[in-house]
Design a protein around this ligand. Structure first.
Ligand code: G3I
Length: 383
């Protein structure tokens, strides 16, 4: 075969492979120079996102700013789009920070996630005083219309309803449920779809790898679908630790949700390395954990993550990403709940003032071993 013909075949093969491999790729992620980074490594698999706080939205955290741009192609606002901040009093919206959040995502060509429209927590005080269902329905509707409308075609994905379920899969007695009944969920989805038909609409919750709660989500999604409302995805928050949830339960969850015909997303990934107080004898999950503040046993690594734990964390992240890659065609996004260990919410929950190490970048914004660990998982699939 002449070298010219060989070149033509190779060129065609390259063209064909690029098209095939990019069939999941969103136009927002296209980058000309494929330098090594999380977003480039998983470019053909899923979006790689980060939740960002107010300082980061305002560009006041210069190291985070660099990492965000280099490593991630999706952003979620960690707190600033929540009801108490964005609508602190009825129909009085404060879009100052959220406008900057969306502008930041657009400037960097990112997949922008709105967190969250309807959630019982971090609501404004006036919401707790409502006792009349018509008023509550009106507030919910005007809130959804205002946020989704303002960012129509700009926020690509909304966590429409967040954490509506109890651990046994039943519906949580939130202010929304108690005043509006079960229908508030499909109504929220219906409204969001009406205002921005192109937006990706998600139900988001934690502990979904536990069978009872997973079953609850399956029913919830089927109910929305049966009643003809639009739901595009389930967000598995993924606030995990070194051993829990087991990998086989994560896999069952991916398969179960994907069978419903919706996208599966890991929306708030972090891996805690610290003990949980409720694992101690005689302590339950509903207790006040203030008594453990300053307790050295509950904060065992205040200065440095020991090598042995770093190894466990790396292995855990490798196993998690090996599983995500195995099911990459079902998974559309993996978002870390923060950029570096320094700002993680897990330094203050469930006990305040601890030193946790749940993310891929340390307190100096340096890559931890888990970073290379997950990149290597991808490399291994390419041979
Ligand atoms: O803004 C105030 C500040 O003015 C004050 O000085 C400071 C003193 O504590 O508090 C600041 O507010 C804190 C807020 O985060 C912003 O930093 C709140 O106390 C704190 O409770 C709040 O925590 C957030 C939490 O949601 C609230 O429920 C975390 O940052 C945020 O990571 C966390 O995110 C949730 C998701 O929305 C839903 N899924 C679970 C996830 C983790 O809980």
């Amino acid at each position: 075969m002449s070298s010219l013909i060989k070149k033509i075949i190779v060129a065609n093969l390259f063209f064909f492979t690029s098209i095939c491999c990019n069939n999941k790729t969103h136009e927002h992620t296209h980058s000309k120079k494929q330098t090594s980074s999380l977003k480039n490594t998983f470019h053909n698999d899923f979006f790689i996102g980060a939740a960002i706080n107010q300082n980061q939205i305002l560009g006041q955290d210069s190291m985070a700013k660099l990492l965000l741009k280099k490593e991630f192609n999706s952003i979620t606002s960690e707190n600033n789009l929540k009801w108490m901040y964005i609508e602190p009093s009825p129909n009085n919206f404060n879009f100052v920070i959220s406008d900057k959040f969306v502008a930041l995502g657009e400037k960097n060509n990112m997949y922008i996630v709105g967190h969250t429209l309807v959630w019982h927590s971090q609501i404004a005080d006036y919401m707790n005083e409502i006792t009349d269902s018509v008023r509550m329905a009106n507030y919910m509707e005007s809130h959804i219309r205002a946020l989704v409308g303002r960012y129509k075609n700009r926020i690509h994905s909304w966590d429409v309803v967040n954490e509506a379920l109890n651990e046994d899969g039943s519906l949580r007695e939130s202010i929304f449920y108690s005043l509006l009944g079960e229908e508030y969920i499909e109504n929220a989805f219906r409204l969001a779809a009406e205002v921005d038909p192109k937006a990706e609409l998600t139900y988001n919750d934690y502990n979904l790898c536990k069978p009872s709660k997973r079953e609850g989500v399956i029913k919830l999604v089927q109910n929305i679908q049966k009643n003809g409302a639009k739901i595009d995805a389930v967000g598995i928050q993924a606030h995990w630790n070194l051993n829990d949830p087991p990998l086989d339960e994560i896999e069952k969850t991916i398969l179960a949700f994907s069978k419903l015909g919706v996208k599966v997303m890991f929306t708030e990934l972090d891996v805690s390395v610290l003990p949980n107080p409720w694992e101690l004898e005689g302590v339950d999950e509903n207790q006040n954990f203030q008594q453990f503040e300053g307790n050295t046993k509950m904060n065992p690594y205040p200065l440095k993550l020991p090598d042995s734990i770093q190894v466990q964390l790396t292995k855990r992240y490798e196993q998690i990403f090996a599983l995500f890659l195995k099911h990459q065609e079902k998974i559309s996004r993996v978002t870390f709940w923060g950029i570096s260990d320094k700002q993680s919410w897990l330094n203050n929950w469930p006990i305040k003032g601890r030193t946790n190490y749940p993310l891929l970048f340390d307190r100096e914004y340096q890559k931890k071993d888990a970073y290379m660990g997950i990149i290597n998982q991808k490399k291994q699939t390419q041979f």
